[in-house]
Design a protein around this ligand. Sequence first.
Ligand code: BTN
Length: 247
Amino acid sequence: MNFTILRFDTLESTNTEALNQAKKGAAEGLCIVADRQTSGRGRHGRVWISEKDAGLYFSLILRPQIEMRFLPLITLMSAVAISETLKSLGLNPDIKWVNDIHINGKKICGVLAETTETVKGLSVVVGIGINLKSSNFPPEISEIATSFEAELGKICDKEILLEKLTHFLQTYYEILKNENGAEKIRLEWVARSSYAFGKSVKAVLENETIFGTTCGIEENGALRVETETGEIRVINAGDVENLRPQI
Ligand code: BTN
């Protein structure tokens, strides 16, 4: 896959732009980057605050030729690539299921993967937001979010971050597409996430809330949670929160 980077000063959302470009037939590997977003989107309809140069706002167009049942693994693959990127820049990341990246329990990066039908078949847009500065966090997220600035005392150069990110996305996407790729990505994810096993969690689903302990992931990346009654529940979508503070 060849990466082509299209840069913008301001966009509503890099994901919206990438979805539009994908619909028009843009090639796999097109990356949309903006200095600022006016309607940055998070998961579950949340807003992703995107002040100028306070973060990296990035969306990648993929046209994955993988079995449909493994499509959710694209988000796990992205989390692994981001984790490696941050590690290479001196941070110690953890992946919170399914694809939030945390440093010492605080979120530094979120991923929003969206699919669309296009003239060239199904496309997946992987949108990644990485916090560079903390100065623009509103009070309600300043306790739960972090940034390069907060962790390392300096902002990471955006171009270096972008170069490393595209490098690792390329590496792990190739792994996912090759033989036993799904299994390999699951193992890579499990190796980088404290949420894979033995984490006491609360999973907020559309119609219910489940309490239990994590016990691995399914072949499509869904999270397995053992409840107090010993039942194994499989979480495909929803928010999962750690119940116990880290020691
Ligand atoms: C989340 O954790 O809720 C996902 C956040 C994803 C934010 C990124 S920023 C670049 C891309 N464009 C968007 O509108 N959202 C994603």
